[in-house]
Ligand binder design. Structure first.
Ligand SMILES: [Fe+2]
Length: 260
């Protein structure tokens, strides 16, 4: 019998580097990622059931090195088959394709996904733009999104995209957001079933409702950015992950952080 509930784990903005001791803004991102991953594994054991999917929402390899993706693959271990990933601004599509061939579409330019979980549709979009920090979802990808939403019109839908399609009220981050967010929201608005958009990029937790869609940003597994700042200020709040529980046509979500 098909399960009517599932739990999705979102891990975002890992910023891993090939050097295990490399530090990004005072944080050893490899170490914090391992701690966050271990906490997520503990959570799944406590809950008595495994996550249906583990979504890695971009900025996987800060140094964009092939070896860094290989290290990530090793760390994901037996979770690999349930992982789905999308790139962020700090990512290299060619390396992702090489290291995770079973998790990315075999053809096409973009790294996207569309899967079913407990009656919901999970869709991942690729907002990476070569050489840029801001994001963009290409028109051909918006057409693909519209086709997916049309095919699966009866399924409540959760969309993942690295760059948030809303402002987070930090001017320095809002200047490097999703530059064609209106195009994306136009497609989403033309269908009724998208309930949630989960993003990363801004290294902080936030929640906004736009056009009846809940738009969430998720903390990094490493460096945290203090909200509502004119320029980059790191936050001392610990790294973490997001859980999304899907149950029937309802969802609930929470951020879990390391305790320090
Ligand atoms: Fe990031």
């Amino acid at each position: 019998m098909k399960s009517t509930s599932s739990v999705i784990l979102q891990l975002s903005d890992l910023h891993l580097m090939a050097d295990p001791d490399a530090v990004l803004k005072g944080v050893k991102t490899r170490d914090t990622f391992v701690e966050v991953l271990n906490l997520a594994r503990e959570r799944s054991l406590q809950g008595g059931n495994e996550f249906d999917f583990v979504v890695l929402s971009g900025d996987l390899a800060h140094d964009e090195q092939l070896v860094t993706y290989e290290i990530l693959r090793e760390q994901l271990g037996d979770w690999l088959p349930r992982c789905r990933l999308i790139p962020g601004n700090h990512d290299d599509r060619a390396s992702i394709r090489k290291v995770f061939p079973e998790l990315v579409p075999a053809d096409g330019e973009f790294i996207t996904f569309s899967v079913e979980s407990a009656g919901w549709r999970l869709i991942g979009l690729d907002s990476h733009l070569d050489g840029e920090v801001h994001g963009h979802v290409d028109p051909s990808q918006l057409d693909w999104l519209a086709a997916e939403l049309s095919t699966h019109a009866s399924q409540p839908t959760l969309v993942f995209v690295h760059h948030p399609p809303v402002l987070v009220q930090s001017p320095w981050l809002d200047a490097i957001g999703l530059i064609n967010s209106t195009d994306l929201m136009d497609v989403i608005r033309s269908f009724k079933q998208v309930r949630v958009i989960c993003t990363g990029h801004v290294h902080q937790e936030s929640s906004t409702v736009l056009d009846d869609v809940q738009i969430l940003t998720t903390p990094s597994t490493g460096v945290q950015f203090l909200p509502y700042q004119d320029e980059l200020v790191c936050d001392t709040i610990p790294p973490g992950f997001r859980l999304i529980r899907l149950d029937g046509d309802k969802f609930e979500t929470s951020v879990v952080r390391l305790s320090r």
